[in-house]
Each structure stands twice: as structure tokens, then as C-alpha cells.
Write a protein that binds this ligand. Structure first.
Ligand code: DC
Length: 221
């Protein structure tokens, strides 16, 4: 990898501030941005659209090569297409969020989507966010960040994103923790901090502070 091809890997659980941070950092560095979660959501959307039983890993594996999935790399907006249809909004629906962990734990799904991710990453300087970027997808990334936040802070952020009431925080926290558990205990490429990643706890930081922290880590490399 040439020195002018910078890869910034940002991993962490849902609600850690990853997406907003990664996008803002990409804009500040004037480089591309890859939301790898959107690819897993697109695969999941397609499986649901096909009426596939997402509890059946064998069926998921056998069908996983079928959908044609493309993703934009502009930090301004993530555009995802499946078989030519724009699913950018559909993949954010709760029904997809509920099913995505089951689909993304299937090895054939990961192999296929990691290949797409590596092709995108090879095309130039980029900020990549996900769960296994620093460990599996781009172990040679020049900068690796692992964002964390307390479950409460993450649930509060999620609810704000979705405009939900305060009394729904407990339910959101439970759903996030359930998804984290599946994501971090699956056999293949679990959510994990790479040994050489810098951990940033965002619980008590504003978004601007998180972005500044990440940019200073990038600058120090
Ligand atoms: O970041 P997100 O919430 O959009 O990710 C959706 C799901 O995709 C998440 O629950 C786990 C999975 N995922 C993954 O397994 N590996 C990645 N690199 C990114 C996301």
C-alpha cells in the first residue's frame, strides 16, 4: 500500500458514534467513506425481500451470491443499490436491524461482502467503519480506531436519532445489547478491537470532541 493511500479503520458497537464520526472524518480528510454495515443491511434486506427464513444459515449461505450489491463512497450520503433498486432508506428500517445479526454471522455472507469491501478500499484513501475492519477486512490499515460508549449513552443516542421518547431508552438499550452479544460472540469475524487499535470512549464526549480526537490520532500516524 502506498503512503498516499490512507486507510482509517473505525470499528465499534452500534450507537458508539461510529457513523457520524467516520463520515465527518472522511469529509475533513477529503477522502472516501465506506459504511460496511450498510452492505450487511443490504444483504439482509434482500433475504427478507425474497422471503428467506433468516434463521436458516444454510439457505442464507446458498443464496448469498445472488444479489448484486453496490454502494457509494461519498461521505455526504450513503447510497446502496440491490439488483438496481435503491434501498438506501429501506435498509434502515427496524425489520432489517432486527434480522441483520443473523444474516451477518453466516460465513458465506461475510466472505462475499469482505471481498466487495476490499475492492472499494483498494481504490484510494478512505475511512471505513464497521465491526471487523481493523481485525479482518483491512488489518494493514494505517490508522485503527475502536470507538466505545456505555450502553446507556448508546441507547440515548439511538433514541434521539429515531426521535423516540425517553421511556423507550431501556428497550433500546436491551435491543442494542442483544445485537452486540450476537455480533461479538459469533464464530467468524466478531466485533473486536484490534490489538493495535486506539480505543476512544465517547460516552462523555461531544461529537466534535470525538471527531477532533480521531483527527489527532490520524495526524499523529
Ligand atoms: O453499523 P450497522 O448498525 O449499520 O451494522 C449493521 C449490522 O451489520 C451489525 O449489527 C453487524 C453487522 N456488521 C458486521 O457484522 N460487520 C461489519 N463490518 C459491519 C456491520
Amino acid at each position: 500500500m502506498s503512503s498516499d493511500h490512507l486507510v482509517v479503520a473505525i470499528d465499534g458497537p452500534a450507537g458508539s458514534g461510529k457513523s457520524t464520526t467516520a463520515r465527518s472524518v472522511a469529509k475533513a480528510l477529503d477522502c472516501a467513506y465506506l459504511d460496511t454495515g450498510a452492505l450487511y443491511r443490504a444483504m439482509t434486506w434482500w433475504m427478507l425481500d425474497q422471503g428467506i427464513d433468516i434463521s436458516d444459515g444454510d439457505v442464507i449461505a446458498s443464496r448469498s451470491a445472488e444479489p448484486v450489491i453496490t454502494i457509494s463512497t461519498s461521505p455526504e450520503a450513503v447510497e446502496v443499490h440491490v439488483d438496481g433498486a435503491d434501498v438506501s432508506e429501506a435498509i434502515r428500517e427496524p425489520v432489517v436491524a432486527e434480522a441483520v445479526s443473523a444474516v451477518s454471522r453466516v460465513p458465506a455472507v461475510r466472505t462475499r461482502l469482505v471481498q466487495i469491501q476490499r475492492e472499494v478500499i483498494a481504490s484510494g484513501s478512505i475511512v471505513v467503519e464497521g465491526r471487523d475492519i481493523g481485525t479482518v477486512v483491512a488489518p494493514d490499515a494505517g490508522v485503527k480506531i475502536f470507538l466505545t460508549a456505555s450502553p446507556l449513552a448508546r441507547a440515548q443516542r439511538r433514541n434521539k436519532d429515531y426521535g423516540q421518547a425517553h421511556d423507550e431508552v431501556a428497550a433500546t438499550m436491551e435491543a442494542l445489547e442483544r445485537r452486540d452479544l450476537v455480533d461479538s460472540t459469533r464464530d467468524v469475524s466478531p466485533l473486536a478491537k484490534a490489538d493495535d487499535a486506539v480505543e476512544v470512549d465517547t460516552s462523555d464526549l461531544t461529537l466534535d470532541q470525538v471527531i477532533a480526537a480521531v483527527l489527532s490520532i490520524v495526524a499523529s500516524r
